[in-house]
Design a binder for this molecule. Structure first.
Ligand SMILES: Cc1ncc(COP(=O)(O)O)c(C=O)c1O
Length: 404
């Protein structure tokens, strides 16, 4: 991993006092390198224009940059650019997919999600099932919070129409074999929707190899601006499905009798898009590619393993998730006996360490573990071994305070 990577991210200088700022909440929101901030700022200060009205100079430049960002996303996923829809984030992408697929669902069909899903990949499908009288099924997990492929194999059947599954759990770091799950889904005639919010920032993704029908991720978790995201959809689906949001920029023809739509992806992008955000997202992906996702993943896994090893040996610490023996991402979830997760996060915050605490928008998973929440440390490319040491020392301090 490149040395002094934190120097590329102005927030670390801005938030450090006499103690360097340790940011361990990248699973919620990642920080932005200066190159991304510059790309966004350049759009606003030199060529801000609507990407639907590019007849004049800056308008054409804005269209070029916006479509350039789409090409960058397509390359990042090994997709075609006409399969990339810009959205405001994973939540918007998954809600859009659930609305788009409504026409494919009839009463009695099964829609499956796993128990480890973020609420964003849970509620849209639960609501779709309610609207269509379909059966909403939650795939149960193993004790350690992982999903066994045998469970999917046993539960997916001819009535299954959609399997919506996360690639990586945001709460435990467990990694799902989405390629195999897509294969199983297709084997029973179902579609497979992948929530890549926690994988796209950290590992190479090839949608052709995974063979997913849809895949969603958030720009703000891949070093990009907030309020940006992507919905990938296989070309054949995007051609067939009808839009769910209507307005300017997505039509072929409008008349009193009827209206018709532009081709995908434009027909799914009604209204003025967040062009600055998309352009920033494109710059973020090129920053990531400059380092390499394999290298990023190896670096984060190493830090997470180091943190787990240290925490595991501390009295009163309970770790959740698959642990160091199985494949995980750079996420470590734990509790401190006798302390509320929020209290531990507050103590760490006093040490200038930012972690997430709570149910992480994964109440079914918390229920599976029989707890109300955890403390979550999530590592990214800018974290270091010193950050792990600071975290461990901070947790030790919290443990001492709560007399573990
Ligand atoms: C796995 C997963 N899915 C969906 C989301 C929702 O992402 P956003 O809030 O960017 O829409 C998150 C955010 O934490 C996530 O971790």
């Amino acid at each position: 991993m490149k040395k002094d990577i934190k120097n590329d991210f102005p927030i670390f200088k801005a938030q450090s006092d006499e103690r360097p700022f340790v940011f361990l909440d990248s699973a919620a929101v990642s920080q932005m390198p200066q190159t991304v901030i510059d790309a966004v700022s350049e759009f606003y200060s030199t060529y801000k224009a609507n990407v639907h009205s590019g007849i004049y100079g800056i308008g054409m430049r804005a269209v070029e940059a916006y479509e350039g960002a789409r090409n960058a996303v397509a390359e990042f996923l090994s997709a075609d650019s006409n399969e990339i829809i810009f959205t405001s984030g994973t939540t918007a992408s998954l809600n859009m997919a659930a609305r788009m697929l409504e026409s494919r669902i009839t009463a009695g069909d099964e829609i499956m999600v796993s128990t480890m899903e973020h609420h964003s990949n849970f509620i849209p499908w639960q609501e779709l099932a309610k609207r269509t009288n379909a059966i909403f099924i939650m795939l149960p997990l193993e004790k350690d919070g992982t999903l066994s492929l045998n469970t999917v194999r046993a539960m997916a059947g001819p009535r299954t129409k959609i399997i919506a599954i996360t690639h990586v759990s945001h709460a435990t770091g467990a990694v799902n074999d989405v390629r195999e799950i897509c294969r199983m889904a297709h084997g029973v005639g179902a579609l497979c929707v992948v929530d890549a919010a926690q994988s796209a920032p950290h590992m190479p993704i090839d949608v052709r190899d995974i063979d997913c029908d849809f895949l969603a991720f958030s720009g703000q978790k891949v070093l990009g601006p907030t309020g940006t995201g992507v919905l990938y959809g296989k070309e054949k689906h995007l051609c067939e499905l009808t839009p769910v949001i209507f307005g300017g920029g997505m039509i072929r023809h409008v008349s009193a009798e009827d209206s018709t739509w532009a081709d995908a992806p434009q027909k799914f992008e009604a209204g003025t898009p967040h062009a600055a955000g998309a352009i920033g997202l494109g710059a973020a992906l090129s920053y990531i590619e400059g380092i390499g996702r394999k290298e990023i993943m190896a670096h984060e896994r190493n830090l997470a393993r180091m943190a787990r090893r240290a925490l595991m040996n501390m009295p009163g610490i309970h770790l959740y998730g698959p642990g160091n023996e199985k494949e995980t991402s750079g996420i470590v979830s734990f509790t401190v006996e006798g302390a509320h997760p929020h209290d531990v996060a507050e103590i760490l915050s006093r040490e200038n360490i930012a972690v997430r605490a709570g149910h992480h928008c994964a109440l079914p998973l918390m229920n599976h573990f029989g707890i109300s929440g955890t403390i979550r440390a999530s590592f990214y490319l800018y974290n270091t071994e010193e950050d792990v040491e600071r975290l461990v020392a901070g947790v030790q301090k919290a443990g001492d305070m709560f007399q573990v």
